[in-house]
Each structure stands twice: as structure tokens, then as C-alpha cells.
Design a binder for this molecule. Structure first.
Ligand code: GDP
Ligand code: MG
Length: 205
């Protein structure tokens, strides 16, 4: 009998409006890209199942509904996150400069048990534009920022050309899973019969 457990990992995607958060998720989950700009509508999150080290993992990826423009994302958005994906546009300096704010905002709102080790990942998106000629943030600058925040993994992506999207999300799933395993140690005393969400969420209200 297999005793394989299903693991639910909550991933939230943050960054300035227009950097390509929704497009990256669409490319990853639906293998689709649209040039048209539309504020995110519909579901709060999309899910994708994957197998990591023989473990079935459901990634629950939360998108903003465009509220990031007003910085009013509400507690439910941040609650219980296992990984925070920060996205900027390599062609827009401002979207890089605001990363500090997003990083800080996440820690303030999500209040993870250990802010120094909570898993973040940075994606520099839209590297396809103008063959890289309109790029204003160098890879080195981005990597330096990642190093200054405790060695955050960094990926350069193109949601449009489906470049590095799968590897980035696989890495996201792996670091979220590693973080979740650490928390499992804390829950070892709880009976197996309790579902994962009950174990992790605490109260159902
Ligand atoms: P969000 O506000 O961060 O969710 O950004 P969207 O995903 O809505 O994307 C904003 C705009 O950028 C849309 O017009 C997308 O088609 C476009 N876009 C997103 N990712 C890429 C990319 O990798 N390359 C190019 N050329 N355009 C992109
Ligand atoms: Mg969006």
C-alpha cells in the first residue's frame, strides 16, 4: 500500500502591476500567453500538480486581482504562504526598485515564523523584449540584490516565449516543499488522520 501523502503548497506572486505575474502563471499552468493587458479576474489562485522526489505536490499559486496597484492585498492573500515569488520587469527600473517594498510588505503581512529563512524567489521577466536591448537591470544587479536578502534564488524568464518558466516554478515548488518539511517537524505530534490543511491551517474560520 502506498502511503504517499498529498502536499498542498501555497505560493504567492508579488510585484508591480504590469511586470507579467499573471502571464507567468498562465504560461506555467495553461501554456498560454496573451499580449492583451487585462486586470486579473476570476479565481484567486490556480493549481498545478507535480511530482517531486516521489511526492505528489499541489502548487496553489495565488495571483493578485490587480490590487497590487493600491498595495491593499488583505490578510487572506498572505496567510499560510509557503513561498513568495517576487517578479520585476528587466526593462523597467522602477519595478526593480520596488522589490524592497514588496519583500518588506510580505514579511510584515505574512509574519512567517522565521523571516530570515522564509523562502523567496526572484524572477526577472520579459527578457525577450527588443532582444534584450531595452533592458535596464543587469543580471549582476539583480543577483547582488538577491545576495543581500540572504541568497534568494534568481531566474530570468519570458512568459511570452516560455523561457525558463517551468524551471523557475519547479524551483519554487522545491523550496516551498523544503520549507514545509521543516514545519512538519513542528506538527509531528498531530495524528496522521488530520488532513494536511487542518494540520497547517489550524482553525477553519
Ligand atoms: P501583471 O500585472 O504583473 O499580472 O502583468 P500581466 O501578466 O498582466 O502582463 C502585463 C503585460 O505584459 C501584458 O500585456 C503581457 O502580455 C505582457 N507580458 C507579460 N510577460 C511578458 C513577457 O515575458 N514578454 C513580453 N514581451 N511581454 C510580456
Ligand atoms: Mg495580473
Amino acid at each position: 500500500m502506498s502511503t504517499r501523502r498529498r502536499t498542498l503548497l501555497k505560493v504567492i506572486v508579488l510585484g508591480d502591476s504590469g511586470v507579467g505575474k499573471t502571464s507567468l502563471m498562465n504560461q506555467y499552468v495553461h501554456k498560454k500567453f496573451s499580449q492583451q493587458y487585462k486586470a486579473t479576474i476570476g479565481a484567486d489562485f490556480v493549481t498545478k500538480e507535480l511530482l517531486i522526489d516521489d511526492r505528489l505536490v499541489t502548487l496553489q499559486i495565488w495571483d493578485t486581482a490587480g490590487q497590487e496597484r493600491f498595495q491593499s492585498l488583505g490578510v487572506a492573500f498572505y496567510r499560510g504562504a509557503d513561498c513568495c515569488v517576487l517578479v520585476y520587469d528587466v526593462n523597467v527600473m522602477r519595478s526593480f526598485d520596488t522589490l524592497d517594498n514588496w519583500h518588506e510588505e510580505f514579511l510584515k503581512q505574512a509574519t512567517p515564523s522565521d523571516p530570515r529563512t522564509f523562502p523567496f524567489i526572484l524572477l526577472g521577466n520579459k527578457i525577450d523584449i527588443d532582444g534584450g536591448n531595452s533592458r535596464v537591470v543587469s543580471e549582476k544587479k539583480a543577483k547582488d540584490w538577491c545576495a543581500s536578502k540572504g541568497n534568494i534564488p534568481y531566474f530570468e524568464t519570458s512568459a511570452k516565449e516560455d523561457y525558463n518558466v517551468d524551471p523557475a516554478f519547479l524551483s519554487i515548488a522545491k523550496i516551498a516543499l523544503a520549507n514545509e518539511r521543516e514545519q512538519d517537524i513542528y506538527f509531528q505530534g498531530i495524528p496522521e488522520a488530520a488532513s494536511e490543511s487542518e494540520q497547517r491551517g489550524g482553525c477553519a474560520c
